[in-house]
Ligand binder design. Structure first.
Ligand code: HEM
Length: 335
């Protein structure tokens, strides 16, 4: 018995090897993987990065725009570039929940460059995911590896976007909408609260919070008394609802954890962020990051690291891989 042990071990290793290699071609087709374009379009990520870098240098607001675009893509029909389709009168882009979503020209610019470098290889869905990553890192946020290999969807319908999270959703509804997408309440805090460290909101989304909270006519009691007049001055009753104000009042263009402190202390700008402090579970998540990078709790989890893990989770929502979907020639229309 003892004498045969090394042979048995070698056989076992060989078997595992054969099993893994024979399965890998299938897996490669069916799963996202980091470096998916390494052989087919080696410069893909560099090309996208350069387009995003130029866009953010030209206008720093583009970083937030691209980050939001990825979220709105993933939450309707999965991360399949369906939000980019613009040839349909009742496409998902026309849904109320997608109001203000832009950044399409930047994605289309990257797509055009990729088509000349390696035609029909890189999906629009992957461009959106990689552009969001680059937007975060160019805003002083963390850089992370994005598993790629998404294919583009062919369906874009306004009705499918009815379930997008809404700024006035209760925390229960927010949690349930994230759960439906396979995301936890921790992902909710990291993604929703976390992403709002950059970017702006139109005063349109502040109306209920400031002047008709819970349809009762007043303001959200969660707003700090010192912050309420500031918000009201920026978004006056019957004022221009298209005026935009920073979601993180102290550092609109910098990806940092200040937003978490704001939310904890009544300085959240939009109602959905404020709700993260109302609930036991989500408040615990907020608390776990507060202090972590600012002194007292040095051993706590890292907001930036966990944010990137949550982004990777979001980027996996209902992806189309392998033989599903297509690689669009242009991002604004199906082939
Ligand atoms: C409960 C979930 C969420 C709600 C209700 C929500 C709501 C909003 C609203 C109302 C705005 C202002 C939009 C405008 O005025 O055009 C906004 C902006 C933004 N959202 Fe969210 N959001 C949520 C989750 C997320 C997630 C998961 C991400 C990304 C991971 C994200 C990224 C952004 C960014 C970056 C902006 C700024 C966009 C800009 O400056 O143009 N949001 N969000």
């Amino acid at each position: 018995m003892m004498k045969n042990k090394p042979i048995a071990l070698v056989l076992l290793v060989l078997l595992i090897f054969i099993h893994n290699t024979s399965g890998s071609s299938q897996d490669d087709q069916g799963q996202l993987q980091v470096g998916f374009y390494a052989k087919t379009c080696p410069d893909a990520e560099a090309i996208i990065h350069e387009v995003v870098r130029r866009a953010v240098v030209a206008d720093p607001r583009n970083a937030a725009i691209l980050l939001r675009l990825h979220f709105h893509d993933c939450f309707v029909e999965g991360c399949d570039g369906s939000i980019l389709i613009n040839n349909d009168l009742d496409g998902e882009l026309k849904a109320a929940g997608n109001a203000g979503v832009t950044g399409f020209d930047i994605i289309e610019d990257a797509k055009a460059r990729l088509e000349s470098a390696c035609p029909a290889v890189v999906s629009c869905a992957d461009i959106v995911a990689l552009a969001a990553r680059d937007a975060v890192s160019l805003s002083n946020g963390p850089f992370y590896q994005v598993p790629t290999g998404r294919r583009d969807g062919r369906i874009s319908k306004m009705s499918l976007a009815a379930d997008l999270p809404d700024v006035d959703d209760s925390i229960e509804v927010q949690k349930s909408k994230f759960k439906q997408k396979g995301l936890s309440h921790k992902d909710l805090v990291l993604l929703s609260g976390g992403a709002h460290t950059i970017g702006v909101t139109a005063c349109f989304f502040m109306q209920n919070r400031l002047y008709n909270f819970a349809s009762r006519g007043g303001s959200d009691p969660a707003i700090h008394p010192l912050f309420l007049p500031e918000l009201k001055a920026k978004c006056p009753l019957n004022g221009d609802v298209n005026v935009r104000i920073a979601l993180d009042r102290t550092s609109q263009f910098i990806f940092d954890d200040q937003i978490l402190y704001n939310i904890r202390s009544g300085f959240a700008v939009i109602a959905s962020d404020a709700r993260l402090n109302d609930d036991h579970d989500t408040r615990q998540v907020l608390n776990s990051y507060i202090g972590g990078s600012k002194g007292s709790n040095k051993t706590g989890p890292s907001f930036k690291e966990d944010f990137t893990a949550a982004m990777v989770n979001m980027g996996k929502i209902d992806v189309k891989t392998g033989s599903k979907g297509e690689i669009r020639r242009v991002c604004s229309a199906v082939n």
